[in-house]
Structures are given as C-alpha cells and as structure tokens.
Ligand binder design. Structure first.
Ligand code: SMG
Ligand code: MG
Length: 377
C-alpha cells in the first residue's frame, strides 16, 4: 500500500551533521573486509516544531557500494542540505523530489529524508511504523554472522546467537570460505533457517561452486555477483535451486522492477539507505508484494536511530522473511539511544512513540562524535 496519509510540512531551520565512531563488540568480516568501528553520519533536522533524527549508513570505505562516509559528508554539506534549506518549508515526501537532480548518493539522501520525516512525525505525534503501513508490533529477528577464523569458530559463533534466540542465521561467504563453512553450520544446526551472503564476491565462472550450496536447503543466496550483473544473476538463478536474493543491485524501484522482469531475483533485500530512503523502500515493498516476491529488511549495522526505523519498515505485510534487524547488542556495547533494541523471544519490538519512537542519549552521542557541522538557513 502506498503511504496512506502524507505527513505535515515542517519549517526547516538547519541541519546538524556528525560523524560518529562507534566501537563494535567484535570485528565484523565480510568478503570485502573487516570492520572494528562503525563510522557513520548522524543527521539532526532542526525545525520550528522540534528536531528529527536520521542516519546516513555509509561505511568508511567504498567497498559495499560506491558511497562512503567522507563522500556522503561532502555531497550532503555541499549540495543536498543547501537544496533542502533553500526550500525552507517542506513535507517529508518532498525531500526525494528536491534531491532528485543530484545523481546517486542515495544513502546520503536517505539519511536526510529520515531526519525530516522524524521531525514531521514527532510534531504530529505519529509513529513511523503507522505512517509507513506497519501491520505488526514486533518483527522476527535474524542475525548476520561475519566470516570467522575457521568453520569450527563459525559454528560456535552461530551457536551463541541461536542461544540468544535469533530465529534466522545468515553467514557471510567468499571464495574459499563457502561450501565448507555452510556445510559445518548446516551439519550442526539441521533445522535452523539459514542463508548466505556473498557481497558480490563471485562471477559466473564460479557457477559450479555456487551450485554446491544447493544441497544445504538455504532460504536464499544473497548478492553472489556484482552490483550491475543483473543479466548474470538471471543466468545464475536459472542454474541454482537456491533462491537468488539481490541486495547491492537493488538501488531503486526501477532497479527492482528490472531485476524481477529479468528473473534475476526471486527474493529482495530492502535497505532504505541503499535505495534512497524509507519512502522508496515502501515502493519496492509494494512492487514485490504485488509480484508475490518475498522481501526482508537488510541492515547496515545501524545505530539505534536507523535500527528503530528498520523495525518499523520490517513490520510491513510483504516482509515475510526475518530481516537483519538484530538487537543493538549484536554490534554495540553502547548505543546512542536511551532504549536500544533488545531481543525478546526472537523478535524486536516496533517502537510506538512519535516519529522513530526512540530518544537520543546526548552523552553517548557526544562521546562518539569525531566531527560536527551545523548548516543554517
Ligand atoms: O545490520 O545486521 C546488520 C548487518 C547486516 O550483513 C549485513 N549487512 O550486505 O547485507 C549486507 C551487509 C552490509 C554491511 S557489511 C559491512
Ligand atoms: Mg547483503
């Protein structure tokens, strides 16, 4: 369903942007590298009716996508924020059209849109979940497990998450760390819903290796090939019994439409940052729902701000698979919100307060801030 009732306009006074360095509880390793600190941009929209918060989910280096933190900071401060402040009074639904002339930079746009949306909804006393069309008050919680030292260490890591109650396991794979790792987890945890994520680490030359994963009864294989390999993903999908899910490739409603038309994906990972905002994310959800294609909510190691918004998004009816919407403690000892998301019976609650429904912990925010700039009208 498209957004049923638009949000009210807000009068923008400015934006505050901060780069945060938030330590991770443990290193997180994917096919493209290892992170020990989450470098992220937090946005605060300053309006005459109060503040709103958003998160730009870029990483320090352009390894997951072409976007990265310093690039997002530059484009936001140089082009995107001035365009929004130039408009002055605007509704959250106006943000994407105003920023549309600037090519790409979807994560930066998404973080700004979320801050405006949060400000508008807080002023109206309306929860984000209700605005987006949530139909659940809690969402099943999956966990993304990074590449470990060896398959035995991976099994122990997975065991810990299952003991905590996570209802679905995703393991990261890369060439040389795929079949044996998946086999080890499947052998130890027979009935566990399991999926793998390659973060674009393969080519069609690896098609027979990827086909070996078919015997592990996986929910899906996520983004085996490059971002723009849509036709190759379709070729691969015809060769595998494991459903192919796209993450990096789905950068917009148009990309999702094309991928489905070509048979490149039978499952879609929706990340608001990657597609330019929560409103575009809802449009992709609607497209997939109409096409009976299951979707799930991806994660970008969000702080409590983005994590609250992801829980709201994941509560829409088409999100029929558990998402990477974990408890805050999966990544952080200390979050920047006063009530970080917790795991309850394998689920994360959808906040019910106005806007994001979470409050910022100003001390934590200050402690993690490494750069700060305020732009005013
Ligand atoms: O937030 O739980 C999370 C992270 C989930 O694995 C995750 N995200 O490709 O899906 C993905 C990755 C992108 C970030 S990797 C550093
Ligand atoms: Mg992924």
């Amino acid at each position: 369903m498209p957004i049923a009732r638009p949000a009210a306009s807000v009068a923008l006074e400015g934006f505050e942007l901060r780069v945060l360095n938030v330590p991770l509880v443990a290193p997180f390793t994917t096919s493209f590298g290892t992170e020990t600190v989450r470098e992220v941009i937090i946005v605060r929209a300053l309006t005459t009716d109060g503040d709103g918060w958003g998160e730009i989910v870029t990483q320090a280096s352009p390894l997951y996508s072409s976007e990265y933190t310093q690039g997002a900071w530059d484009v936001a401060t140089r082009f995107l924020v001035p365009a929004l402040l130039g408009r002055g009074t605007l509704a959250p639904e106006d943000v994407a059209p105003i920023l549309e002339p600037f090519v790409g930079h979807r994560m930066a746009k998404a973080g700004l849109e979320l801050a405006v949306l949060d400000a508008a909804l807080r002023a109206e006393g309306r929860p984000l979940g209700e605005y987006l069309g949530a139909v659940r008050d809690r969402v099943p919680s999956g966990v993304s497990v990074g590449i470990q030292r060896d398959p035995a260490a991976l099994v122990e890591s997975v065991r810990g998450y299952l003991d905590e109650g996570y209802v679905r396991i995703k393991i990261k794979i890369k060439p040389g760390r795929d079949v044996a790792d998946t086999a080890a987890v499947r052998a130890e945890f027979g009935a566990t819903p399991l999926q793998v994520d390659a973060n674009s680490a393969y080519t069609l030359a690896d098609i027979e290796t990827l086909a070996e994963l078919d015997r592990f009864d996986l929910l899906l294989i996520e983004q085996p090939l490059q971002e723009d390999d849509i036709v190759d993903h379709a070729t691969l999908a015809r060769h595998l019994t494991t459903p192919v899910c796209l993450d990096e490739s789905i950068v917009s409603l148009k990309a999702a439409t094309d991928a489905l038309a070509l048979g490149a994906a039978s499952v879609v990972n929706i990340k608001a940052g990657r597609v330019g905002g929560y409103l575009e994310a809802v449009r992709i959800h609607d497209l997939c729902r109409d096409a009976s294609v299951p979707v799930w909510c991806g994660g970008m190691l969000e702080t409590g701000i983005g994590r609250a918004a992801n829980a709201a998004l994941a509560a829409l009816p088409g999100f029929t698979l558990p998402g990477d919407v974990s408890a805050s403690s999966r990544f952080y000892h200390r979050d920047i919100v006063t009530e970080p998301a917790v795991l309850e019976d394998g689920h994360v609650r959808v906040p019910t307060g106005p806007g994001l429904g979470v409050e910022i912990d100003p001390l934590a925010l200050d402690d993690f801030t490494v750069a700060r700039e305020i732009l005013r009208r």
